[in-house]
Ligand binder design. Structure first.
Ligand SMILES: [Fe+2]
Ligand SMILES: [Fe+2]
Length: 248
């Protein structure tokens, strides 16, 4: 074959390969844009659900966001698989979604001490949360098990199923700690916010009974402790206003 014909053949092959490469690249860009749009849409749906949960109730909205941020920080610290972190975040944001059920309205908004019957009624909210979040299961595998177990205790004394130790999904053990820490470090009508050291000591008191002891120790490491402190401080002004009746 003359040299010029061979050169032509090589050029054609190079052009064909370059075109195929460009088509492949365009397909990948399109696929990644589609994936980003899906992710964005999913994020908006989660925000929508959070708005529904906390409609007219900024205290619940802030609590949910703080529990999500605390949980995420602890999830990262315990080297949870990267693909499980978004599920942990969504589960933490919406862990109390079940309380949206009409049956719980008077209990959630009660200003009186709960009766025995009310306390036992509210214990079914984790199951309700799992039921409501079931459509997210394909996107977030395990989310139902996490939210339905967020009131289980390490020693089996929690609810609704009395699961013990590792039977409780890791995400649920993390959310349980974050939820308890948030309850202590925010002000209530009858007491101010608990200082960080006291709250951490309370968590240590519950290690092995209420909480996973390994996770409690991780919360005491400087990196997690610092991030949890930041989260605990950030809404204090708004929360103190809320408990003293200043409308937002
Ligand atoms: Fe709950
Ligand atoms: Fe909570």
């Amino acid at each position: 074959m003359p040299n010029s014909e061979a050169g032509q053949g090589t050029r054609t092959a190079v052009i064909a390969m370059a075109s195929a490469g460009l088509v492949g690249l365009a397909w990948m860009v399109e696929a990644s844009a589609r994936q980003n749009r899906t992710r964005m849409m999913h994020r908006r749906m989660v925000e929508l659900a959070l708005n529904a949960l906390s409609a007219g109730d900024p205290v619940t909205a802030r609590h949910s966001r703080r529990v999500a941020d605390l949980s995420y920080a602890l999830g990262q610290a315990c080297r949870m698989a990267r693909r499980d972190l978004p599920t942990l975040r969504v589960a933490a944001l919406l862990h109390d979604m079940g309380k949206i059920d009409d049956r719980f309205f008077h209990i959630v908004h009660s200003r009186k001490r709960l009766s025995k019957k009310e306390r036992s009624e509210i214990k079914s909210h984790p199951h309700e949360s799992a039921h409501i979040l079931a459509p997210l299961e394909p996107e977030h595998p395990g989310i139902r098990a996490i939210v339905s177990s967020h009131h289980e205790c390490w020693n089996g004394s929690g609810y609704p199923c009395g699961l013990k130790g590792d039977e409780i999904p890791l995400g649920a053990r993390i959310i349980a700690l974050a939820d308890a820490f948030d309850a202590m470090t925010q002000p209530r009508k009858y007491r101010d916010a608990m200082p960080l050291d006291e709250a951490l000591e309370e968590l240590r008191n519950g290690a092995g009974s209420q909480f996973d002891p390994g996770l409690v120790e991780l919360v005491h490491t400087p990196a997690v402790r610092e991030r949890w402190d930041d989260v605990a401080q950030r809404d204090l002004f708004a929360e103190r206003n809320a408990v003293s009746g200043v409308t937002e």
